[in-house]
Structures are given as C-alpha cells and as structure tokens.
Design a protein around this ligand. Sequence first.
Ligand code: GSH
Length: 203
Amino acid sequence: MNAPASLTIYGDAASGNCQKVRFVADYLRLPCTWVPVDTVRGESRTPAYLAKFPQGQVPAIEIGGDRRLAQSNAILRYLARGSPLLPDDPWAQAKIDEWLFWEQYSHEPYIAVCRFQMFYLGKPKEAREPWRVERGEKALDLMQSALSGHEFLAAGVFTIADIALLAYTRLAREGGFDLSTRPAVMAWIARCEDALDLAPVTE
Ligand SMILES: N[C@@H](CCC(=O)N[C@@H](CS)C(=O)NCC(=O)O)C(=O)O
C-alpha cells in the first residue's frame, strides 16, 4: 500500500459519506489532516471551496497540494489500493464495485436522505417521503438477504464494500428505519464496528 503524501480530508464529521473516508484512513493508519466543512452553513459552496472542488460537496481530498478528488467511493478506492481493503483480484474488485455503485444509487439516496431530513433538519419520522422510505426498506432487506450466511459483503473478507455500506446503515435508525428485524445486518454492523474499533451507535 502506498500512503499518499500529505493527505487532507475535507469533511463533515456527522456525514456518513465523510465517515467512510475517515474509517478507511484510520484503519490504514494514513497520516492525514481533517478540515471540517459545515455544509448546512454553506461552507462547501463558497467561491474558495468551489475553486478547489467544483462539485461543491464533501467528502473531498487533496494530496500534495495539487491533486484533488471528490466522491466518497472514488476516494475509498484510491486510498485502499494495494491494501487488504481492496484485494488485487479483478473479480473481487468487480464484486466490491458492484456494492459501491449500488450504495450510491439504491441505498444512500433513501437511507441517508431520510436521515438528513430527521437528523439534520429535525423533521419527524412521518415527514419522510413514503416512496423514499419504501426504497430504503428494500435496500435494507437486500442487505439482510446478502448477509445471511456471509460475514462480509464481497470477496469473503472485510473490504471497502463493507465500509461504504456501513456508514449509513449503522445510522439508519436516525432516519427512522428499524434494524432489529434484520439480524444478519445487525451482526454484520457489529463485526464491522469491531474491525474498525468503533463504539456501537447508541439510540
Ligand atoms: N455522491 C457523493 C455525495 C456527496 C454528498 O451528498 N455530500 C453531502 C454531504 S453527505 C454534501 O456535501 N452536501 C452539501 C451540498 O450538496 O451542498 C459522494 O459519495 O461523495
């Protein structure tokens, strides 16, 4: 594994997308500087931030002062290259990528956005859009099925697929989702938290 020279992570500590990046950097013991960006106060949309990261979002990283990268799962892939979190085998990588793309299209827009509405905006559970809740429930059901009889999501080992999905799944209760009916997901969360040395999320 090659540790990047002078890694800076721009992030919001409460954001699951940013936590993913933090989890990988900590797990791999990559020296880094964390720059807090308060997205609710518009700090990711200032001219200075947009000049660096035109997508105007966190997480984003800067390496050596001139290489910049946004999109959480692209960052995970870059930081984890050459480490056990991203095995070299092409098929293993393809199966990991399958989960990374699924996370962004079929999980995060439902689980994370419901959490945003409740946790960041303080809305009640009933204010969540029913279609979004339905898709979030389906995503959690799919994970329950995929993890039944399997310790981890891809390649039979702990990888960035687990870290990418862990971030918002372990916070799903904050978006009004019930994990207690999904024992395989709960056991997997505990395994991943153990691997990452994270304290369990309390209600
Ligand atoms: N697909 C992006 C999503 C990033 C994203 O939605 N970031 C949110 C915080 S979780 C953000 O920066 N929101 C502020 C904004 O869009 O202005 C990723 O995976 O990094």
